[in-house]
Design a protein around this ligand. Sequence first.
Ligand code: COA
Length: 259
Amino acid sequence: MDPSSPVTIEDHGERWVVRLNRPERRNALGRAVVQGLLDAADQAQRSRSLRAIILSGAGEHAFCAGADLKERQTLSPDEVRVFVGQMNAAFRAIETSPKVWIAAIHGAVLGGGLELSLCADLRVAQTNAIIGLPEVRLGILPGAGGTQRLPRLIGIARAKELILTGMRFSAADALRLGVVNRVADDHEAAAHALADEVCRGAPISLTQAKRAVDLGYDLDLEAGLAWERACYEMIIPTKDRLEGLAAFAEKRTPVYIGE
Ligand code: COA
């Protein structure tokens, strides 16, 4: 892969690192970066052995400083509409990906950068990350899912406080509020440690467990339990389910093949 691509993929077999790679613009989300994210999500979907993806940002200053405000200035209102649609498509592709995405966030995590991380399944923040949704201070609103995903993640009252004030907050606050799962000085190492745990799971189990949670969340309990059974049903015929049982009986580590 071209190391100057706006989004790079480091392939480690069962795990990839997908990296926003516009550090000179603090990895802001312009058209090329958004297209790169869409391509990465598409490639990920087609890999059978892949289980976990760490989504990170190049450079020491920012995971992502949000929308590319310089590019935005050059776009007409119609072009802005098209771009926001593409950004939402890319974000949704990550959110609905059959793989487990872990956002490893550091430095500035602002606006669309935070919204992007909310599409991941898990978030690990560097101790000194500065996080926020400043959109209302810029005359817009969080338009890449922030007004919808943040309340679902941390509750309406907390989300409104962050969205309506546009305040920047620390990694420690993010942990306390439930925005991130873990905080560490070395956020990528911590994300890899989390990926180690995820990669112990069988690929189809991970995919179906993610679907069970995500699509069941907005259902009432009865419908949610029926949905969970439907997801379980997808696992019953798999070789990996039998391998899990055999490995347990033989007191060895299972070797999953994603079938
Ligand atoms: N879009 C486009 N370019 C951006 C950008 C963005 N969102 N954020 C930063 N950049 C550019 C800067 O313009 C600067 O370019 P220059 O070197 O040509 O002047 C370069 O990235 C470095 O930015 P700088 O502010 O010097 O870096 P920093 O490390 O001191 O601060 C931020 C980083 C992210 C805290 C600061 O740039 C910032 O507040 N950016 C705006 C973030 C924002 O409000 N995003 C929400 C969008 S909805």
